[in-house]
Each structure stands twice: as C-alpha cells, then as structure tokens.
Design a protein around this ligand. Structure first.
Ligand SMILES: CC(=O)N[C@H]1[C@@H](OP(=O)(O)OP(=O)(O)OC[C@H]2O[C@@H](n3ccc(=O)[nH]c3=O)[C@H](O)[C@@H]2O)O[C@H](CO)[C@@H](O)[C@@H]1O
Ligand SMILES: C=C(OP(=O)(O)O)C(=O)O
Length: 460
C-alpha cells in the first residue's frame, strides 16, 4: 500500500501553481462526445486518475483521445458503442456524465448505476427526471440503466428539487441538440457549470444563463469540435491556501481566481489570516493567532463542501470553538475519526461538528477515506508533532496532481512511499533490480531527512 509520510513543523513559503479543475474537466471531456465533426482540444487537463478513467470510458465508446503535455485531443466523429463499461463506470461517479451526451448523440445508452461512496448515497434521480421530461424512456437492469429515445430528445422545462451539479451538467449536455428549448430551473451555479457551458457554446450550442439558477438551452441541429482552456481548480487552490495558513506560512497560489473562492477568502479573513488577491493568484500569509469561526457548507456561491474537511483542520489550531455544519452530503465527516487519532477534539452530532481549537496535534497512522478527507489529513499532518503516515492515498491522487512535490517545494517535509507493487512495476519498466530502484527513490525523495527505512516495501 502506498503512503504519504509527513513530518510536521515546517512553515510553508513560496509559490504553488494550481492545475485545471478536475470538476470542470470531467464534464467537458464527456461533452466532447457531442462533436460530430473535427477534433476538440482541451488545455490544462490535470494528469489525475479520474481523468485517465473518463478517457478510458470515452475510448470504450469509440472516441479517439490522447493526453499529452497537459492537453487532450479528442475525436468523436464515429462512435463505436452506446454502452459504458461497468468496470470503468463503477470506479468513478463522474463517468455517469456520459449519459446526457450519448442520449443526445445516439438516442440510446446503457450505463451502470454509479455507486454511493463514503460521503453519502448520492442518488441520480434528478438526472433521470430531466431525461424523462425530455422524452427518454428509462429502464433498470441488474445494477444498470438503459435509456432510449425515439428520434431526438425534446426540449422541456425541468425543475431540479436539488441544485445538483451533476444533474445540471448532464441535462444541459443532453439539451444542446434537443428539439426546441430546455429550461433548467433551480440549476446549480458552480463555476464548473459556466466552464462547461462555455465549451458547449464554443461547439455551437446555445446555452444561456449558466451560473444563474435558470439555464436556457435552445437546441441546435448538431455540435462540432472546439478548443477550450479549463478553469483553474478552486478546490486545489483552497487546499493550498489552508495549508499555508495552518503552518503560519506565506504562499502565493498562482492561478487561483478570487471570484471562485469568495467563501474561502472570507472565512480566512474572518480567522485573521491575511489574504491578498490579484489577477494572477492569491497570496495567503498568516503569522498571528487564528480565530475560531463557524462554517456551513452550501451549494455555490456558499461555502463548498469540497473544502469542509480542509477548513476543519485549520479550525483545530484556532483559539476557541467552532461549529461546522455539512448540508450538502449526509456523511462527509469521515475525516473526523482520523483527526481524533492525531489528538483533535471534535464532536459530531448528525450534520454538525463541534471543533475545539488549540489542541496539540501529534503524528499518527491515519487513512484517507475520500479525496478531501485525505487532503485534510495532510494539512493536519503539516502542523502535527512527529510523523504522520497517510494511507488510502489513491483517493487523494484522484484530485490532486503532484501534491507531495508541490508541498515539498513549499518547504514541507513530505514523502510518498510507493507500494511494493508500484516499486516492482517501475523496476520492471526501468529494467532495474527493485532494491536498486528503491535506492534511487530514496535519493529522489523530496524530503530526504524523512526516515524511509521504516517504510521500505518488502519485496519478494
Ligand atoms: C465531479 C464533480 O463535479 N463532483 C462534484 C459534484 O458532485 P455531484 O455532481 O455528484 O454532486 P451534486 O451536486 O449532484 O450533489 C449534491 C447533493 O444532491 C444530491 N443529489 C444529487 C443528484 C440527484 O439526482 N439527486 C440527489 O439527491 C446528492 O446526494 C448530494 O446530497 O458536486 C458536489 C457538490 O458541490 C461536489 O462535492 C463534487 O466534488
Ligand atoms: C467529491 C468529490 O468528487 P467526486 O464527485 O468526483 O466524487 C470531490 O471532488 O471532492
């Protein structure tokens, strides 16, 4: 099992650049299915496991896709299948976003039900309600869904019971080539929705109102390829902002867009952290006491649920008690038990966590239960006494490119210990003996003073 090992106590300083947003790029890659002609090019696509996964789904559907030097080239002129393979879809919820484009493009789709995950049950009823309103017939098989439409989808007025990001995106994509106009009411307003709408419009769609609660999509005959630059990842940016603040550091987060990070900036300022924004990024500087504040997650432009866990770690070093309320997902406090292992004092009551600030954190063996829980554990480890070993890092690697190297470059004492399987695979690839490769990995380690003899994998 691979791990991230952090020895706390370093102050972060310097510049870190954020990558393209995972939550923008996944729907945008799915939307490339709609291009009946030409090759689309998407820039600043992060090299994440989730991206690899959706590219595999697209490849299985017949899309030619190549990810090179941060850009993805996609050609969807001739699709080979309308069935998204179970073993790929089950790995990642966002692969469900191919359903809308496939219904629009070929009028038929078979896809497995995306499973629930640690943070909640995550139903898809709002997606399906939208497709049905547009004339699709939906059938359920064993763990899968089949949907079909005679002829083309038809525009409809769809009221979402919840301002779901995924449902808004899926319905918006399905509606681009529907007959007539679709109106999505109570639509999600996240910046990633606007980014997707911009890509769709560049492909020839007529989407208006993205970023507001009412989106209007006038169906067009067909879409063609387009070139698009993905927006910077606001959650990655927010995570480095918290990492800077928790270590009392001074970090410039290059690429961070202030308008996308309103609640994070506001909360950090309330806590007494100095935040300076300019057109190229955000500087976070903290050298005084951190004040306790209350945080309540809400759909955009409220405080993002994807930053709740990381912000909670900052509240652990605050003067006083804070209340964190999670309203978006019903089970997004999985990081709490792990933080308690590090000495945190947190009490959870339903959707509320009471966080006692000022307790001393100590290094421990902890496990990332989901993506942002893992990021939070790393933030806590940066200020804990001694070594923290974070396992379950495949969750973290779903959403953060090079987090270890980026933090190490800011001065963190952090190292990624590969699993025995990874060492073996890399040694085979490099035609090296595993023990020689291990020595090379040690030399390559960004924090050489971390004692890595304790974490050497046992090789057969
Ligand atoms: C790939 C991606 O962009 N993921 C983001 C997206 O996930 P995702 O699109 O899955 O999140 P949603 O906005 O759909 O979910 C919000 C809430 O609505 C509920 N719901 C959703 C759909 C539905 O049909 N029925 C229903 O009840 C969910 O269970 C959840 O409680 O938005 C979330 C909320 O900001 C973020 O945490 C995720 O990082
Ligand atoms: C929950 C998240 O992503 P996903 O919807 O892909 O699980 C996230 O990015 O924090």
């Amino acid at each position: 099992m691979s791990k991230i090992i952090v020895r706390g106590g370093r102050t972060l300083s310097g510049t870190v650049r954020v990558h393209g947003a995972k939550n923008s790029v996944l729907p945008i890659l799915a939307a490339s299915l709609l291009a009946e002609e030409g090759s689309s090019v998407i820039h600043d696509v992060p090299a994440l496991d989730d991206v690899k996964n959706i590219l595999q789904v697209l490849a299985a559907l017949g899309v030619y896709a190549q990810h090179q030097d941060g850009s993805v080239h996609l050609n969807a002129e001739s699709l080979a299948s309308w069935e998204a393979p179970y073993e790929l879809v089950r790995k990642m919820r966002a692969s469900f976003l191919v359903m809308g484009p496939l219904l629009a493009r070929v009028g038929q789709v078979k896809i497995s039900l995306p499973g629930g995950c640690a943070i909640g049950t995550r139903p898809i009823d709002q997606h399906l309600k939208g497709f049905e309103a547009m004339g699709a017939e939906i059938g359920f098989g064993q763990g899968s869904i089949e949907a079909k439409v005679e002829g083309k989808l038809r525009g409809a007025r769809i009221y979402l019971d919840i301002a779901s990001v995924g449902a808004t995106e899926n319905i918006m994509m399905a509606a681009t080539t529907a007959l007539g106009t679709t109106i999505i009411e109570n639509a999600a307003k996240e910046p990633e929705i606007v980014d997707l709408a911009n890509f769709l419009n560049a492909m020839g769609a007529k989407v208006r109102g993205a970023g507001t609660g009412i989106i209007r999509i006038e169906g067009v005959e067909r879409l063609t390829s387009a070139e698009h630059q993905v927006i910077p990842d606001r959650v990655e940016a927010g995570t480095y902002m918290v990492a800077a603040a928790i270590t009392g550091g001074d970090v410039y987060v290059e690429g961070a867009i202030r308008d996308h990070l309103g609640p994070i900036v506001a909360k950090l300022e309330e806590m007494g952290v100095c935040v300076d924004c300019d057109e190229n990024g955000i500087r976070v500087k903290s050298n005084g006491p951190i004040r306790a504040v209350d945080v309540k997650t809400l759909p955009y432009p409220g405080f993002p649920t994807d930053m709740q866990a990381q912000m909670m770690t900052l509240l652990l070093v605050a003067d006083g008690t804070s209340i964190v309320t999670e309203t978006v997902f019903e089970n997004r406090f999985m990081h709490v038990d792990e933080l308690i292992k590090m000495g945190a004092e947190i009490k959870v009551d339903g959707r509320t966590a009471i966080v006692t600030g000022g307790t001393k954190l100590s290094g421990a063996n902890v496990s990332a239960t989901d993506l942002r829980a893992g990021a939070a554990l790393i933030c806590a480890a940066l200020v804990a006494d001694g070594n923290t070993e974070v396992s379950g890092i495949h969750h973290i690697e779903r959403g953060y490119v090079n987090i270890v190297n980026k933090l190490a470059a800011l001065g963190a004492d952090i190292y990624r210990a590969p699993s025995p399987e990874e060492v073996l695979a890399e040694s085979e690839q490099a035609s090296l003996q595993p023990d020689i490769l291990m020595q090379q990995l040690e030399q390559r380690a960004s924090a050489p003073e971390v004692v890595i003899r304790n974490i050497q994998p046992t090789l057969a």
